[in-house]
Design a protein. Structure first.
Length: 153
């Protein structure tokens, strides 16, 4: 499976917010959005990834861009993870049906049944502006990739 390509209109999907409400493709409209796909809450690389991205939030969100983190963890685990780390990045759950949204974006790692590490930048019109898929779930995409992706889009 390959990551969703730039200039692709984001297809229908549904993710769970921490408060139990749904997050869909309609929530992407009207603002530039970064979706950060990561494998598991509380894993070492994921912890580092969200901490690094939090440090760069002023630069990432300076022009009104919004950032969300997506994994196949349940919302309860994601909330505990976010609170434990003290990061403000909202978590979106792709728990049930497991990985359905990640598959739509081409960010699902089928061999392990989890989200791979991927970055997708979506424009205010719902079209993908830029995307990146790590070679393996163990590879941490540096924040420079997000900054460069935003600059290129």
């Amino acid at each position: 499976m390959s990551i969703i390509a730039p200039d692709t209109l984001v297809p229908s999907f549904e993710l769970g917010r921490e408060d139990g409400t749904k997050f869909t493709e309609a929530d992407l409209l009207g603002k530039r959005t970064v979706l950060v796909f990561y494998p598991f809450a509380f894993s070492p690389v994921c912890t580092s990834q969200l901490q690094v991205y939090t440090e760069a939030l002023p630069e990432i969100t300076a022009d009104g861009t919004v950032i969300y983190a997506v994994s196949t963890d349940a919302s309860f685990s994601q909330s505990a993870f976010r609170e434990h780390l003290g990061v403000p990045i909202e978590q979106l759950s792709d728990f049930e049906p497991k990985g359905a949204a990640s598959k739509v974006f081409g960010a699902y790692f089928e061999p392990a049944g989890m989200t791979n590490r991927a970055l997708v930048i979506v424009g205010d019109d719902g079209r993908v502006l830029w995307s990146y898929l790590a070679e393996s779930p163990g590879d941490l995409p540096g924040v420079n990739l997000i900054i460069d992706g935003l600059a290129a889009s």
